[in-house]
Design a protein around this ligand. Structure first.
Ligand code: SF4
Length: 84
């Protein structure tokens, strides 16, 4: 059985954040951790440039489900989400 993936990309100046809705467990780590970037009342709901890329990395790494991932395009800390 193949899992359908529906991962969307949100590109910022120094970091791209991707989100796969099917994996999200609504733990709200993202919206609580960095509301300037993650706001479900806004479209697009992820605005990668809303905070410093290091902070975005920190919060994306807290996502317990793997729904959020990131890839830095500025050569900064943690090039991409570590593979599990
Ligand atoms: S932290 Fe991850 S699992 Fe939790 S709401 Fe955000 S995207 Fe969904």
């Amino acid at each position: 059985m193949s899992e359908r993936t529906d991962r969307r990309s949100y590109e910022g100046r120094s970091i791209t954040v991707t989100f796969e809705a099917g994996r999200c467990r609504h733990a709200a780590e993202c919206v609580r951790g960095l509301p300037e970037v993650f706001d479900t009342d806004r479209r697009p709901w992820i605005r990668p440039d809303g905070a410093d890329a290091d902070r975005v990395v920190e919060v994306v790494r807290r996502c317990p489900s793997g729904a959020l991932r990131y890839e830095r395009t500025d050569g900064g800390m943690g090039a991409r989400t570590p593979s599990v």
